[in-house]
Write a protein of this length. Structure first.
Length: 68
């Protein structure tokens, strides 16, 4: 299990930062925390999620030219 904590000075920047991690298979864990330096959000990702994400990505299709 992988964990990641995103810290930002305001909510808009936090949303942009977290939004960049969602397509990479990260999921939100818990709520937004407010602390002295701004706001924080914890993300979590399991190795199984990474494998599933790679399986869903379009595979490179090779084109062959047949010689008759």
């Amino acid at each position: 299990m992988e964990y990641n904590i995103i810290v930002a000075p305001d909510l808009e920047l936090l949303a942009k930062e977290v939004g960049g991690f969602i397509p990479m298979g990260w999921k939100l864990k818990g709520g937004i925390l407010e602390h002295t330096e701004g706001f924080a959000q914890q993300l979590v990702r399991s190795p199984r999620d990474i494998v599933q994400l790679q399986a869903k990505s379009p595979a490179v299709k090779k084109r062959f030219k047949w010689i008759e």
